[in-house]
Design a protein around this ligand. Structure first.
Ligand code: MN
Length: 465
C-alpha cells in the first residue's frame, strides 16, 4: 500500500478517537469541497462538528483557534505552513500545498511528504477524501467532490486530464458510477454557456481572432453554418450534433495551425472532461469544471455557506443562490479584465505586472491575472503579477505563470514566499500560481525582490540544460 494511504488510515484513527472536531478550510472550490468531504464524514460518524472558511491561516486566526479549545481541529486544503509549530492546537492536516520536509508529522497528510507533486497529482479535496475513504469505504460516494476540487485547482491542466493519485480517485468514482471521464472539447462552458460565449472565453489555448471577441465568434459560427438558437434558447456545446462539433473543432485547429501555434498547443483543444453522472445534464453542476467555477463564485464573495450547502446536496434554494452569485461573478470578471487592460500591464525584464488599486476585488485579482496571461493581448513569456488593495493597509499580490515557464524552472510558490518573507509577510502556493499579502506602499520593493528570485530560477535551469 502507498505510504500516503497508510498515513490516511492513521489520520482516520485520530478522527475516530475524537468526539468534537472543528474544520478549518480554504475559501476556494478545492477548499469548499475538501471541507464538505470532512464535514460529511464527521456527520456520518455522528461527531459533533463545525466548519469555518478562511482566506489565509494568519497569526490572529491561530491565536483564536488556540483559545477556542477544540478537542481536534481538522485543517483541509491549508495548514501545511503550521505543521511544525503550534503544538497548542490538537490537529490533523489534509493539505496539498508545498511544505517543509521536516514537517513529516503523523497528523499531516500531504503529497509533498510522499514524493508526489501537490500541484497536479492530488488536491486538498483529494487528500481529505483519502482520509474519508480510509474511515469508511461508503464515503466513496464523495468522489465527485474530490474531482471538482482537483479541477478547481486546475490539476487537469498540465496533461489535459487528471493524473497521479487523482486517477485513483477518479476510478473510485467510476466504479460506483458517480463520475464519468470522456474526451471532449476542453473549453469552459460546454454544458451551460451559449456556444459563442464558450468560444469568446476560450483561453487554453486561445483562439486567434476569436478569444475575447464576441462578434467574431458569432461570425465564425455563422460562416460554418451552425445554427446558434433553438427557438428562444441559445444552443450549447452539448446540444450540437457530432458533425457540428467535429466541424468546429477542426476549424479551430486549422486556425491555430495556420497562425503557427504548432501541434503541441493545438491538441490542447481536446482533453478529458468529467461528468457528475447523478446531476442534471445542462446545469452548472453536471461538469466538474463548471461546478468548480460555481463554487468559486460563492467563495470569492464571502458566501461559502452557499457553496457548502450545494456540495452537501441542496439543489433548491442554495443552488439558486449560487447561480445568482455566478452571474455577479461573471460580470465582475468582465469589468475587472477591462479595468486591468485600461490600467495597463507594465513590463519589466523578468516579470510583468498591473496594480488594480481598489478597482478589482482582492479575491478575484488572481483569476483576472490568469485570464490576462492566457489572452491574446498579453505576452505569455513572462509571469504576470497582479496587485489589489485588501484594506487595512494591506495589498494582495497574485502571481501567475504558464506551463512553459514552469518547465523552464519557474517556481512562483518559492519566489513569492521568499520575496514576502523579506518584507516580514507571508506568501506561497504552487509553482504556477501563488499569492502573498504585503503592506501597502511596499509594492516596488516587493517587485524587485520577486524579480531577482524569478531571474535566478529561470537562469539556473538554463545553465543545467
Ligand atoms: Mn487546493
Amino acid at each position: 500500500m502507498h505510504f500516503l494511504l497508510k498515513r490516511a488510515e492513521k489520520i482516520g484513527k485520530i478522527v475516530n478517537g475524537s468526539k468534537e472536531i472543528h474544520i478549518v478550510t480554504h475559501i476556494d472550490a478545492d477548499g469548499i469541497t475538501a471541507g464538505t468531504i470532512a464535514y460529511q464524514t464527521l456527520k456520518r460518524l455522528g461527531k459533533e462538528c463545525s466548519i469555518e472558511f478562511i482566506k489565509d491561516l494568519d497569526s490572529d486566526i491561530l491565536e483564536r483557534l488556540k483559545n477556542d479549545n477544540h478537542e481536534l481541529v481538522w485543517f483541509t486544503d491549508l495548514g501545511s505552513s503550521i505543521s511544525t509549530d503550534t503544538p497548542e492546537i490538537s490537529k490533523i492536516i489534509t493539505d496539498h500545498h508545498a511544505c517543509q520536509e521536516n514537517s513529516n508529522k503523523s497528523f499531516h497528510l500531504n503529497p509533498h511528504l510522499f514524493g508526489l507533486d501537490g500541484s497536479f497529482e492530488i488536491s486538498g479535496a483529494g487528500v481529505t477524501y483519502l482520509v474519508s475513504r480510509a474511515i469508511d469505504r461508503k464515503n466513496m460516494d464523495l468522489t465527485p467532490l474530490a474531482i471538482v476540487g482537483a479541477c478547481g485547482d486546475l490539476q487537469d491542466r498540465r496533461f489535459r486530464k487528471l493524473t497521479g493519485m487523482n486517477r485513483e480517485i477518479l476510478s473510485d468514482g467510476e466504479s460506483i458510477n458517480a463520475v464519468k471521464a470522456k474526451m471532449d472539447i476542453r473549453y469552459f462552458g460546454r454544458e451551460s454557456r451559449p456556444i459563442f460565449k464558450m468560444l469568446q472565453f476560450a483561453n487554453d489555448p486561445i483562439i486567434p481572432g476569436l478569444s475575447g471577441r464576441e462578434q467574431a465568434c458569432v461570425g465564425f459560427l455563422q460562416e460554418l453554418g451552425i445554427t446558434m438558437k433553438d427557438g428562444d434558447n441559445w444552443r450549447k456545446w452539448i446540444d450540437l450534433c457530432k458533425d457540428e462539433r467535429r466541424l468546429i473543432i477542426s476549424s479551430i485547429a486549422q486556425l491555430l495551425l495556420t497562425k503557427g501555434f504548432g501541434h503541441k498547443i493545438t491538441k490542447r483543444i481536446i482533453g478529458e472532461v468529467y461528468i457528475l453522472v447523478n446531476e442534471q445534464e445542462g446545469t452548472e453542476i453536471h461538469d466538474s469544471k463548471e461546478f468548480a467555477t460555481l463554487l468559486n463564485s460563492t467563495a470569492r464573495y464571502g458566501k461559502c455557506e452557499v457553496g457548502l450547502n450545494v456540495c452537501l446536496g441542496d439543489r433548491d434554494k442554495w443552488l439558486a443562490k449560487a447561480r445568482n452569485l455566478l452571474l455577479g461573478h461573471r460580470q465582475n470578471l468582465v469589468v475587472g479584465l477591462q479595468f486591468a487592460k485600461e490600467e495597463g500591464i507594465i513590463k519589466r525584464k523578468h516579470l510583468q505586472f498591473f496594480h488594480a488599486g481598489n478597482g478589482i476585488r482582492d479575491t478575484i485579482v488572481g483569476i483576472i491575472a490568469n485570464m490576462l496571461l492566457n489572452s491574446e493581448d498579453v505576452n505569455s513569456d513572462l509571469p504576470l503579477i497582479g496587485f489589489a488593495n485588501k484594506g487595512q493597509g494591506e495589498v494582495k499580490v497574485s502571481a501567475r505563470g504558464t506551463e512553459e515557464l514552469v518547465e523552464k524552472g519557474l517556481n512562483l510558490s518559492q519566489a513569492m514566499k521568499k520575496a514576502a518573507s523579506a518584507l516580514d509577510s507571508i506568501g506561497g502556493g504552487h509553482d504556477i500560481a501563488a499569492g502573498a499579502t504585503i503592506p501597502k506602499g511596499k509594492e516596488e520593493e516587493f517587485l524587485e525582490l520577486l524579480e531577482k528570485e524569478i531571474k535566478t530560477q529561470l537562469s539556473s535551469r538554463a545553465d543545467v540544460l
